[in-house]
Design a protein around this ligand. Structure first.
Ligand code: MN
Length: 151
C-alpha cells in the first residue's frame, strides 16, 4: 500500500508519527516527447522520461489522439534526456538520417508500470489524457512489440 494511504489514515499534525518525506525530484513532473522522424520509413518516436533517460518506442503510424485506435510501438534503445529537445536534420549517411520534428511534447504522470504494461496520463498539446502501452507479440519484432493507445 502506498504512502498516500499512510497519510490518509492519520492526522499528521496531531500524531507524533513521522510525516513521509517527499523528495522534490519525485514530485517534479516527468517529460514526454513525440518526434516525427522522416527516416527511410516515416515514424513517430514516443519517448518517456524514466530513470534519468528517455525510454523510447518507434510508432510506424501517427500516434492516436482519440480512443479506439491501437498503434504498434516498437521498443527501441534509450535516448539521453537532452534528446527531448532535438529537432533538425540528421545528415545523409548517418544512423536515422532525415528530418526530425517535434510532433508533441509535454509532461506526464506515471500511473502504473511493470514489465508488460505502462499506464500514463499525458499532458501534451496533441496527446492528452490516459494512455497505455501494453506488451504484445504482434509484428515482425515480437520481443520488442507493444501496443500504444488512448483509454
Ligand atoms: Mn526514429
Amino acid at each position: 500500500m502506498s504512502l498516500s494511504q499512510y497519510s490518509k489514515k492519520r492526522n499528521l499534525s496531531k500524531t507524533p508519527e513521522p510525516k513521509p518525506k517527499i523528495k522534490k525530484s519525485s514530485l517534479k513532473k516527468k517529460i514526454f516527447v513525440v518526434q516525427e522522424h522522416h527516416a527511410s520509413h516515416l515514424h513517430w518516436d514516443f519517448r518517456l522520461e524514466m530513470e534519468r533517460v528517455l525510454k523510447s518506442w518507434a510508432i510506424p503510424k501517427e500516434p492516436p489522439t482519440e480512443k479506439g485506435i491501437k498503434r504498434l510501438a516498437v521498443h527501441v534503445e534509450d535516448h539521453p534526456l537532452e534528446y527531448a529537445n532535438f529537432h533538425g536534420k540528421i545528415p545523409e549517411g548517418n544512423y536515422g538520417a532525415g528530418e526530425v520534428k517535434i510532433w508533441d511534447k509535454g509532461t506526464y504522470e506515471l500511473k502504473f508500470k511493470d514489465d508488460k504494461k505502462i499506464e500514463v496520463v499525458l499532458d501534451g498539446k496533441k496527446l492528452k489524457g490516459n494512455f497505455v502501452l501494453v506488451k504484445t507479440n504482434y509484428g515482425n519484432k515480437p520481443e520488442k512489440s507493444w501496443l500504444f493507445f488512448k483509454v
